[in-house]
Design a protein around this ligand. Structure first.
Ligand SMILES: NC(=O)c1ccc[n+]([C@@H]2O[C@H](COP(=O)([O-])OP(=O)(O)OC[C@H]3O[C@@H](n4cnc5c(N)ncnc54)[C@H](OP(=O)(O)O)[C@@H]3O)[C@@H](O)[C@H]2O)c1
Length: 270
């Protein structure tokens, strides 16, 4: 697994990590045991960066329960998501308890009440309880505001959508992140699974075998990570074997221009 530096944060992250939206919003012994096996596979493959949010129901708690004694082997990113400043602090205290008192990347989800939550996170950072502060948004219509937050100089990571169907970040966000030394976490690498529902035939992407690609999900992840302004992609899955499959895309060689164009073309027609 290739390791990348998450911008000025200085945090070393694996190129492939894991998201938890919907896949870890589960209850019950069987579903939670399955989540643990997904995390086992992620850690075994070096995909040790995990993203969650209080927006994802049970996911923060379930992720914390799967880590426990091996929290030190993982990097945890989570979020504050609430219009209330007081509730924001409560969310952070709850999450910190799930992760043995420390969160590696604390993000403001969808920029909700970001001015107030930024102050909360700066206090937690000064107390040594979080390492890095970030902000996320999934909608291009909010990218103007995201740029304004980046330009404050007070965050060192962003989380944005990027895949061959959602390329808006190429215009301003990725260049600005690179200029400011801001770490980039890529959400929705498969467009919430939409890019996997109708797949190209294996022979269509056979030329990508030279880059170590065996499957279409790996082609999509390599397409993202071949843009080295992106530091970690966080595909979500509820299936342990798919976690291993996804993690295998986090290694060089990276795509050249022709390989990237091929994936973009196939994604358009899939
Ligand atoms: N969605 C958003 O707007 C949003 C917003 C903010 C942050 N995020 C973060 O970004 C993470 C990733 O985004 P996402 O969860 O929306 O979507 P995604 O990672 O683009 O796609 C997830 C879907 O792909 C399927 N999948 C994963 N690996 C696969 C494989 N190798 N083969 C076949 N199917 C595969 C999963 O189904 P199975 O479980 O059946 O494998 C799941 O339904 C989230 O979990 C969250 O942490 C998302």
């Amino acid at each position: 697994m290739e390791q990348r530096t998450l911008g000025r944060s200085g945090l070393t992250v694996p190129a492939v990590g894991m998201g938890t939206w919907s896949t870890f919003d589960v209850r019950g012994a069987q579903a939670e045991a399955n989540a643990r096996v997904v995390v086992d596979h992620a850690l075994a493959a070096g995909a040790r960066f995990f993203d969650s949010s209080p927006m994802y129901g049970q996911a923060e708690r379930v992720l914390g329960a799967t880590l426990q004694e091996r929290r030190g082997d993982a990097l945890v990113a989570t979020k504050i998501w609430t219009p209330s400043t007081a509730e924001g602090l409560r969310q952070a205290e709850r999450a910190l308890a799930f992760y043995n008192g420390f969160v590696d990347v604390y993000q403001i989800h969808n920029l909700v009440n970001w001015r107030a939550h930024l102050k909360t996170l700066e206090r937690l950072q000064a107390d040594g309880r979080i390492a890095t502060i970030g902000a996320t948004h999934y909608q291009p219509s909010a990218f103007g505001e995201l740029r304004a937050v980046m330009e404050t100089g007070r965050i060192t990571a962003i989380q944005i959508p990027y895949n061959p169907r959602e390329r808006d970040v190429e215009r301003d966000i990725l260049p600005l992140a690179a200029d400011l030394g801001i770490g980039v976490i890529v959400m929705r690498p498969f467009a919430e699974g939409a890019l996997l529902r109708r797949r190209p035939r294996d022979e269509d992407f056979a030329p990508l075998a030279a880059f170590g690609v065996r499957t279409w999900p790996q082609a999509l992840l390599k397409w993202i990570l071949s843009d080295t302004r992106c530091h970690v992609a966080i595909p979500a899955t509820s299936k342990p074997a798919r976690m291993s499959e996804n993690a295998a895309a986090g290694e060089a060689p990276w795509f050249d221009r022709d390989a990237r164009d091929l994936v973009a073309r196939l994604a358009r027609s899939a």
